[in-house]
Design a protein. Structure first.
Length: 170
């Protein structure tokens, strides 16, 4: 249990990456963790588009005005698309899969960052066109992954927002 708690403490959004490519084995592990994520009624409504082509990844960096520039340096990007018609919990299911991949990247010594796409400017259509994602799928997010080129401190537990926790009632 302590390993998972340590992982949660140290997992931070990393937006700067080295040029070193992510090994195929690490990519496969990250994707397996996404595939193992829980989903409502085990419908698994998510699909992942894996990008390693630097030009294609860089083209996605302009999918929105702010919050996608980390893709300029990322050697790996995983687009999370979700079948909106499969379940009414598609947003939750996709988010859980993305979180599993973020945690897997950290566990492998890599950095990663969530890039929100769904309902952000024209981001969804830009990503959809660049990756040929069918219309029936919502483009939820892009997970940027790479070797860290910045250090972030672990969470300081004394600064956590404990006042957001309520017991028995609000």
């Amino acid at each position: 249990m302590e390993n998972f708690i340590s992982l949660c403490r140290s997992r931070r959004s990393i937006r700067k990456y080295t040029d070193q490519p992510v090994p195929k084995e690490a990519v496969e592990t990250i994707l397996k963790c996404g595939l193992m994520s829980p989903s409502s009624k085990r419908l698994n409504p998510w699909e992942f588009v894996v990008l390693t082509d630097k030009e294609k990844i860089r083209s996605l960096a302009s999918c929105k005005t702010y919050g996608s520039q980390m893709l300029l340096e990322a050697p790996l990007a995983i687009v999370v698309a979700v079948d909106k018609d499969a379940t009414d919990t598609w947003q939750c299911d996709g988010a859980i899969a993305a979180q599993n991949m973020l945690l897997a990247a950290e566990d492998l010594g890599l950095g990663a960052c969530w890039c929100q796409v769904y309902q952000r400017e024209d981001s969804e259509e830009i990503v959809r066109k660049a990756t040929n994602i069918p219309e029936k799928y919502a483009v939820l997010c892009i997970v940027a992954v790479g070797y860290k080129n910045e250090e972030r401190k672990q969470y300081d537990e004394s600064k956590l927002l404990y006042d957001k926790i309520h017991y028995e009632q609000w």
